[in-house]
Ligand binder design. Structure first.
Ligand code: CTP
Ligand code: MG
Length: 180
């Protein structure tokens, strides 16, 4: 019961985990802020691009649709039903993750952090807050059924750990300039 809650919640977070990594691979091109500054600093910076945001969102949605197809088989092996993603939820998880990351860059620039600077805590949770926040607003019923409080707490604790690990791997592989 508890196991299925936790596994289901982490499964439900996968479409929110992928966008940032896809953006790293696909990033480049025109920055969203078009080079504009505010208070002498970039609004968002060159690290937030249209291409990265679009690719990240598409990757998250594509993963959600793929997970929908394999959920019955994987659930059958595990012995419990895994959550599936209505299209609206696929979109809010993926795009919300990107929005959270963009909002964090906005905060980083306002607090004097250059592109790539670490912002401990914010770097690890920005996309979770964005994905869960947007999904909670857009699909409250699905959100409540998929993330009861204990599951939500597990996600909030496990995600930073997963995030640090995957970014460390991306850094070691030379895909990312910094390990955060
Ligand atoms: N990226 C992108 N578009 C996004 C998010 C990320 O193009 N919306 C790409 C950029 O190439 C970026 C890389 O992914 O440099 C790493 O993402 P991130 O660590 O979020 O950006 P930083 O360059 O570190 O910039 P910031 O300090 O604003 O986080
Ligand atoms: Mg960064």
């Amino acid at each position: 019961m508890v196991g299925s809650l936790v596994v289901g919640a982490l499964w439900a977070m996968l479409p929110a985990y992928v966008p940032n990594n896809a953006a790293v691979l696909a990033g480049g091109g025109r920055p969203i802020d078009g080079g504009r500054t505010w208070g002498g600093r970039r609004v968002l910076g060159d690290g937030k691009t249209w291409r990265g945001t679009a690719a990240g969102t598409l990757a998250g949605v594509a993963l959600a649709l793929l997970l929908n197809r394999v959920a019955p088989a994987v659930g059958g092996v595990l012995g419990f039903a895994l959550p599936t993603f209505p299209l609206r939820v696929a979109l809010t998880l993926a795009f919300g993750a990107m929005l959270g990351d963009i909002a964090a860059s906005f905060l980083k620039r306002r607090t004097g952090r250059e592109r790539g600077a670490a912002f401990p805590g914010v770097d690890q949770l920005d996309f979770v807050v964005g994905a869960l926040g947007l999904t909670a607003v857009a699909a409250p019923g699905w959100f409540a059924a998929t993330f009861p409080l204990p599951a939500l707490l597990v996600v909030l604790v496990a995600t930073p750990v997963l995030h640090v690990a995957t970014n460390g791997i991306a850094y070691a592989l030379g895909l990312k300039d910094e390990p955060w």
